[in-house]
Write a protein that binds this ligand. Structure first.
Ligand code: SF4
Length: 950
């Protein structure tokens, strides 16, 4: 091989990684490697390297597809060094994308059910037949004003809101997400403080990192954050991890504590109290940026309005959160908590912290965990600082698309019921119960990258709802693979995997802004070779399609003549009267909405679209910094009005690029001005997008909407607090997974399946001794609605007395179709509300187009524990509280591995019990609306539909 010419880009490129193994980008068009299979002959193979992004979790790491120039097939996937988030690195699931595109069990053609729903009988149909039928139903529902019967239910969107805009084009408030079974707990806590729902920690530059969850294996955003946590450690940062279980992250920690589940907020408040009582907080930051005046005014009207008086009130309020109190709640030694508090105090503004899922998703009141964690940042002033935590929206970029349809003129009570006015996201996991309550029906129900029967709690209630054709008229499963939910569909439409579709992403991986482009790699390669490809079905296997084209075509067919006003949102600007193509869609967007891209592309004589197709990512801003401190420019201040808390409202329109210059609170004043900033020490600053424009230590929203007791960060005894358990109950933690697998999407990746294919019950030796079980013995786990039988794994890596079971295993199929490498074949039966699922056989070798399937040596594929969990919606955040109060016993003689028994009548009782804990908008709304308008909401309806009906 010849030496590199000097002008080739040997990395560091945007990745700033010194990984010389990456092929220089100048040679991506013709990269040569020796064929390992031909060894010892030195046979050269030539590849075109085409970037895309991984779709195996939300991180959207860059991938480079090595496409053989002779066969046109993908040989392998490696990291894309041009992606500023992942910097060329991937976890095991990235390269395993290759297994997924060659998966012998994948779905290649549109299917329509041929027998009863769920009977497992399918017939192949054409795309035209499926599209016309579905479009006809949707059109009819729209024309008949039954728009609330159309619902799109998404798991991992993996895109920037494309499909939300399609729903807006239909005028439908039909977006439903998985977020309330995922991350709403944390999001609510962060939103209450800063008006934005996710943190963007700058781990690399931190002095102290505090993590509540397993970031090195499954945190948000897993690989991009994990590599930066390790960078931080390499730079000398101290790593503190709170996790009841010895996670991979905990093994790298300087301090690992395993608290009693649900006590995390008590420990965090003890640390906060230490900072407060010892004057170790950033006084100037608190004075300038907390809404302390509002707190004094509303809660201490008798005290004179001065910062010193607030400080005294703060000291008095938090005095009770001693290390001893935290020790009593958590079971962690008071001295250890004190030692951690002293380390936190040394961080100054270089304190990065993150809570994702974990405790915040496990317990009732889980949102207080993120709220009290961020309180440490807010006390230290480690907000949007080097080594601190940024609000997510400042570290991501969502470009303006070619069309922006208006907000839907309706409110869907099946996703946003009145009982949960402050819920972070749609009450998605309650859908079967809401339908059974008689709150409406569905005519067309899409599921996409979502498997609610398997992923959600209470899966048997989902089966009951989905098999009831009166409740769900037509279920369309958009999926590349078979799933437990797809079995109960009317149509299964095969969608492209990561390298077979277009999407845009931008995530808060660090203090910067970047845009990633997912693309069908075979299409991009052939287009670069001069071919014209009109439709991704021309290059994808079978009749696999991509969603962008599918949604645009479906929209066109709903309104073929444009009379409903819908078609205009998918019509070509270049060729009016014809449907928009993906090339025009992305070409317009890259040219018109991404600052700096056109200029950058021009330096290589490329169009912006060609640039993105060639490199797959673009770094917009290397460093964002503290936007809240920026003075608001005078052009944004027109006919301003200021209220007594310093909020400044202006008649000037919003700045053109809301992502570059985030706009404070969307809540305007009574005269139609929008909030433009907040006055601090005489100067109008951008502030935070909260009702006060400041960081909200005091939540007027909680106080006014019936939750006054939680107006400031506090500790809540959770549903699994010892006070709420019976003597023979313990806690089951189900909110973790291993880094190799992800929920339901990776069962079609043979490399991953070989590494990880089971989910035993973690049990401490002292606990195992009491139960008289050893590793491999069967144990029965009894929940409120039933039980499951699983194998024990005795380990010191868990707090004694608590048990844990990873949630990413236990896939099953009743019929032949399915991912045979990781799905057990089961019998599924019920007698009224009493359901059983029994394992008939596990995985095993089978003949297929891939010889490796004959080498499958594992049989065990784990147990589907979520079926035995009832719904536990947190009355404030709406988050499903995953931790279960369970009884763990040695299995009975009649028990066999994988047995599951559930009574859905009990599920209904639990649902109703938790519903009673809510404080509905009808009784508690302070202003006759369904929900505070300032709070985030996907696919926000027009403002007038926030009003509660008379
Ligand atoms: S962390 Fe792993 S699964 Fe997630 S996007 Fe990156 S490579 Fe893919």
């Amino acid at each position: 091989m010849s030496r590199q010419p000097r002008d080739e880009t040997f990395y560091p490129g945007p990745s700033r990684s010194h990984l010389a193994a990456f092929p220089p980008k100048e040679r991506w068009h013709d990269w040569t490697e020796l064929d390992s299979q031909a060894w010892p002959k030195r046979k050269e193979r030539h590849y075109q390297l085409v970037p895309t992004t991984c779709f195996n979790c939300e991180s959207a790491c860059g991938l480079l597809a090595y496409i053989d120039k002779v066969t046109g097939e993908v040989q392998k996937f490696e990291g894309n060094p041009e992606n500023p988030g992942s910097r060329g690195r991937n976890c095991a699931k990235g390269p395993a994308t290759l297994n997924q595109i060659t998966d012998p069990d994948r779905i290649l053609y549109p299917l329509k059910r041929a027998g009863k729903r769920g009977a497992g009988e399918w017939e192949r149909v054409s795309w035209d037949e499926a599209l016309d039928d579905i479009a006809g139903r949707i059109r009819k529902a729209i024309v008949e004003e039954r728009r609330d019967e159309i619902m799109y239910h998404v798991g991992r969107p993996g895109e920037d809101g494309f499909t939300e805009r399609i729903l807006a084009a239909w005028g439908v408030d039909g977006h439903n997400s998985h977020t309330n079974i995922c991350s709403s707990g944390s999001r609510e806590g962060y939103q209450l403080w800063m008006g934005l729902d996710r943190p963007s920690p700058d781990h690399s530059n931190a002095k102290v990192i505090l993590l509540i969850s397993a970031h090195l294996e499954s945190g948000h955003y897993f690989n991009p954050h994990a590599q930066r946590v390790i960078d931080g450690k390499a730079n000398g940062a101290k790593l503190i991890v709170f996790d009841t279980r010895l996670s991979h992250t905990a093994t790298h920690a300087d301090f690992w504590v395993a608290p009693y589940p649900g006590s995390e907020a008590a420990m965090l408040l003890a640390i906060a109290n230490y900072l407060i009582q010892n004057n170790l907080y950033n006084r100037e930051f608190v004075r300038r940026w907390w809404n302390w005046q509002e707190c004094l005014e509303l809660e201490h009207p008798d005290i004179e309005d001065s910062f010193e008086n607030f400080e005294q009130a703060l000291k008095d309020t938090y005095r009770e959160y001693t290390f001893e109190f935290a020790a009593q709640e958590s079971g962690v030694d008071a001295k250890t908590i004190e030692e951690i508090a002293k380390v936190v105090a040394t961080a100054g503004t270089r304190f990065s912290s993150h809570n994702w899922r974990s405790a915040a998703s496990g317990i009732s009141g889980g949102w207080t965990v993120a709220r009290t964690l961020f309180m440490l940042n807010a006390l230290l002033g480690a907000v949007a600082t080097e080594g601190g935590v940024f609000p997510n929206a400042w570290n991501k970029f969502v470009p303006r698309p070619i069309y922006t349809p208006p907000h839907p003129k309706m409110w869907n009570e099946k996703t946003w019921p009145r009982e949960y006015p402050l819920s972070m996201n749609e009450m998605s996991f309650l859908l079967p119960h809401l339908l059974m309550d008689g709150r409406g029906t569905l005519d067309v129900y899409f599921t996409r990258v979502y498997n609610p029967i398997w992923t959600n709690p209470d899966g048997f209630s989902w089966i009951e709802a989905l098999t009831n054709e009166k409740l769900v008229g037509c279920h369309v499963a958009l999926t590349p693979v078979w799933s437990e939910t797809a079995y109960f569909a009317d149509y299964i439409l095969p969608m492209g995997l990561g390298p077979e579709r277009h999407d845009l992403h931008s995530y808060e991986t660090h203090d910067a802004q970047w845009l990633g482009f997912r693309q069908p790699v075979r299409k991009a390669a052939r287009q670069r070779d001069g071919e014209t490809i009109k439709d991704t079905r021309e290059v994808n296997p079978g009749e696999v399609w991509e969603e962008n084209e599918f949604w645009m075509e479906l929209t066109w067919r709903i309104d073929p003549d444009g009379s409903l006003g819908i078609r205009q949102f998918v019509e070509s600007k270049q060729r009016p009267g014809t449907r928009l193509s993906v090339d025009e869609y992305y070409g317009w967007l890259f040219e018109n909405s991404v600052p700096g891209l056109t200029e950058k592309a021009a330096t290589e004589s490329l169009t912006p679209l060609e640039y993105m197709r060639r490199y797959g990512a673009f770094e917009i801003t290397k460093k964002v910094g503290a936007i809240y401190e920026e003075p608001v420019p005078s052009v944004e201040l027109d006919d301003i009005k200021e209220d007594q808390s310093g909020r400044v409202f202006s008649r000037a329109p919003k700045p053109a690029s809301p992502n570059i210059v985030p706009v404070p609170s969307p809540d305007g004043d009574a005269d139609g001005r929008r909030m433009a900033g907040v006055r601090v020490d005489g100067e109008i600053r951008r502030g935070f997008p909260t009702p006060s424009g400041k960081l909200e230590f005091y939540s007027r929203t909680l106080a006014e909407w019936g939750w006054h007791e939680y107006a400031i960060p506090t500790y809540v005894k959770s549903h699994v607090h010892p006070d709420n358990l019976e003597a023979d109950q313990t806690i089951l933690i189900s909110t973790f997974r291993l880094p190799i697998q992800i929920h339901t999407r990776s069962a079609n990746a043979k490399w991953l399946n070989e590494i990880a294919h089971t989910n035993p019950l973690w049990l401490h030796p002292s606990h195992a001794a009491k139960l008289e079980v050893i590793t491999g013995d069967l144990v029965r786990i009894e929940t409120e609605i039933g039980y499951f039988v699983v194998r024990a794994w005795v380990t010191e890596g868990i707090r004694p007395g608590i048990v844990a079971c990873s949630h990413h295993m236990g896939r099953w199929k009743v019929h032949e179709n399915g991912a045979r490498q990781l799905m057990a074949t089961v019998s599924l039966n019920h007698d009224g509300t009493k359901w059983t699922l029994e394992r008939k056989s596990g995985a095993g070798p089978y003949k297929s187009s891939d010889d490796d399937t004959l080498r499958i040596w594992w049989n065990d594929v784990g147990v589907h524990q979520n079926l035995t969990f009832p719904v536990h919606p947190d009355p404030i955040s709406g988050m499903h509280c995953w931790h279960q109060a369970v009884r763990v016993t040695k299995a009975r003689e009649t028990d066999t591995y994988g047995d599951i028994h559930v009574d859905t009548a009990k599920s209904r009782e639990v649902y109703k019990r938790w519903l009673e804990m809510t404080r509905p908008a009808d009784s508690y709304s302070p202003d006759g609306t369904r929900r505070p308008y300032w709070m985030l909401r996907p696919l926000k309806p027009a403002r007038e539909f926030y009003k509660l009906p008379e």
